[in-house]
Design a protein around this ligand. Structure first.
Ligand code: DAT
Ligand code: MG
Length: 148
């Protein structure tokens, strides 16, 4: 397995509900490395670009207005197989179907407000990191990595 990077975003409902610490903690405890993070308001343009693959879907307008309604916490996490593992940690898109123990399964109720976004493939991780993090990400060694 390769060391990968993935784009993770805590959506406005997660920030408003004080879940930032819990979610960051889950990724830290799992053994992943935080290499970028920012609390930010999302412009209409960024929201539309981020969700471009859904622009023909009936919920697109609702999705863009939700994501621009209040700040998000955008991050990049690094580690072995982090793209797929983060998706498993998030749980299914609809929180009603997400297993207990996953982020959406533990905290989400409706598909419209499902707490967190995570890249779904290496290609989307590349695209989303380039879109959200114009500055360089932070490279550093973690001595604990020899135990992971
Ligand atoms: P995911 O966020 O799990 O990658 P997705 O890419 O299919 O899911 O959809 C992006 C977001 O759009 C999702 O997190 C919540 C919203 N969404 C998806 N399906 C929806 C639906 N049927 N009704 C309302 N919102 C929906
Ligand atoms: Mg998606």
């Amino acid at each position: 397995m390769a060391v990968e990077r993935t784009f993770i975003m805590i959506k406005p409902d997660g920030v408003q509900r004080n879940l930032v610490g819990d979610i960051v903690s889950r990724f830290e405890k799992k053994g992943f490395k935080l290499v970028g993070g920012i609390l930010m308001s999302v412009s209409q343009d960024l929201a539309e670009q981020h969700y471009a693959e859904h622009k023909e879907r009936p919920f697109f307008g609702e999705l863009v207005s939700f994501i621009t309604s209040s700040p998000v916490f955008a991050m990049v996490w690094e580690g072995e197989n982090v793209i797929a593992t983060a998706r498993n940690m998030m749980g299914k898109t609809n929180p009603a179907d997400a297993a207990p123990g996953t982020i959406r399964g533990d905290y989400g109720i409706s598909v419209g407000m499902n707490i967190i976004h995570g890249s779904d493939s290496p290609e989307s991780a590349q695209r989303e990191m380039a879109l959200w993090f114009k500055e360089d990400l932070t490279d550093y060694d973690k001595t604990v990595n020899k135990w992971i």
